[in-house]
Design a protein around this ligand. Structure first.
Ligand code: SF4
Ligand code: SF4
Length: 415
């Protein structure tokens, strides 16, 4: 057991991970930074301990056998190690809050990403997340066959919205060559409706992607697959000749778009700008391309910085600009921005039914900081955060209304 895990880790250990393994000085500055550890008290949730566990497994004796085998033979290690390594590598949202507190910025998120892939080879994985990743990969191969059905669904939605909003010239273009903006949604019409309204008001020349932004292979550290899934979208952008790729409110996907695409695709992206749709809508507002009714939201409202938009991609100001344009009682979280607590719903955990309880527990620091603001509405800009915050609200009996940053703009829009 764990032989494949050890082999895979050895093959994939990168220089930054080696650096982590070598220079962690056990100072403990990361311990209380992790919401999993704060909520559980389980040592396997301590960021530095996660690395220690992996390092222990990678250190082999001179006879070429794994230390785990040796431990097993001598009775010094048992299934507890396997349990610990699963807690350590699966129960992490990759939020990188620990890296901010670490004096060397050692990145447990990177360790977890690599370690998850290695555990999957062992059959000890987040199988559901990996399967969704495989489905996203397959979609690119059969997208032409799916296109007709998808376009039909979009036309039906377009007709319904024209009637509901009394806007007969509303359009939801799909696969439109020559569009300026390629909008890549997440699954579900809730990710299309507010943007259809905003793009119409901004008179944007846009088109809806045939794909979705989500990339579950990234969550399980399967980088070749994650890259291929993202490449379907780059291909689409080039085929249509767009100038901008805008991703829906989706944290991990936005992080890949802004931080991985250059490395993955290089010159293929020449002339194509990439941004979160939150940034794009903030641009419209700043340029006067859309108008909103100030004071549409008067109840206490707060903003949860999704880790992958805030801490991991530096998008702090744009969502706040949207909120200030439409709300009168905006209350910041403390600690906020770079030090904001993760909600506990990232890292692919939402897709795994078995992980519901652990994420509800890990969300406790988030619950407490939102409660301190007295907010009734919680705005955020990530699909996983929205699901997690809704689950937290329900399970802790809090009655919050959860809204996307673009949703509140759409609600306040002057058409
Ligand atoms: S990345 Fe986030 S969840 Fe993972 S160990 Fe660090 S603080 Fe904890
Ligand atoms: S803060 Fe950094 S150096 Fe200190 S124990 Fe944690 S990972 Fe190691």
């Amino acid at each position: 057991m764990l032989t494949k895990f050890i082999e895979t880790m050895r093959q994939r250990i990168s220089r930054p991970l080696q650096y982590y393994a070598d220079i962690c000085v056990r100072c403990g500055a990361c311990v209380e930074a992790c919401h999993f550890y704060v909520a559980s008290g389980n040592p396997a949730h301590i960021p530095a301990y996660r690395m220690m566990l992996v390092k222990k497994l990678l250190q082999q004796g001179g006879n070429g056998r794994g230390i785990l085998d040796w431990y097993r033979e001598t009775g010094r290690i048992d299934d507890q190690t396997v349990t610990e390594i699963r807690h350590a590598l699966w129960e992490c949202t990759g939020c990188r809050r620990c890296a901010v507190f670490c004096p060397f910025h050692l990145d447990t998120g990177l360790l977890v990403n690599t370690g998850r892939y290695a555990l999957l080879q062992e059959g000890l994985g987040m199988e559901m997340t990996a399967e969704i990743g495989n489905a996203e990969l397959s979609k690119g191969e059969i997208v032409d066959a799916l296109k007709e059905f998808y376009v039909e669904q979009v036309r039906e939605l377009e007709g319904r919205l024209r009637e509901e909003w009394g806007v007969p010239d509303l359009r939801i273009p799909v696969d439109q060559a020559g569009a300026r903006v390629l909008y890549v949604p997440v699954v579900g019409e809730h990710a299309i409706i507010p943007l259809a309204k905003i793009f119409h008001a901004a008179k944007e020349n846009w088109t809806l992607s045939l794909f979705t932004a989500t990339n579950h292979s990234y969550f399980v550290g399967d980088i070749p697959k994650a890259k291929q899934v993202a490449h379907w979208i780059v291909d689409e952008a080039r085929r249509l000749g767009v100038q901008v790729i805008a991703y829906a409110e989706c944290g991990h996907a936005t992080r890949t778009l802004l931080q991985y695409f250059d490395h993955w695709f290089g010159e293929e992206l020449a002339g194509i700008q990439r941004m979160s749709v939150v940034q794009l809508v903030a641009q419209y507002l700043a340029e006067g391309r859309i108008r909103v009714r100030p004071g549409t939201f008067t109840m206490p409202l707060t903003y949860h910085d999704p880790c992958n938009l805030g801490r991991n991609a530096g998008i702090y100001e744009e969502p706040r600009a949207l909120i200030r344009a439409v709300a009168t009682d905006f209350r910041e979280l403390t600690p906020g921005r770079e030090l904001n607590w993760c909600c506990g719903g990232g890292g692919g955990m939402i897709a795994e039914p078995d992980m519901l309880e652990v994420r509800i527990k890990a969300g406790r620091p988030k619950v407490e900081q939102i409660q301190r603001t007295g907010a009734r509405v919680v705005v955020t800009a990530c699909e996983n955060c929205k699901t997690q915050l809704a689950d937290l609200s329900e399970r802790y009996g809090l009655g919050w209304e959860i809204k996307g940053a673009v949703d509140i703009v759409a609600d306040a829009l002057v058409m």
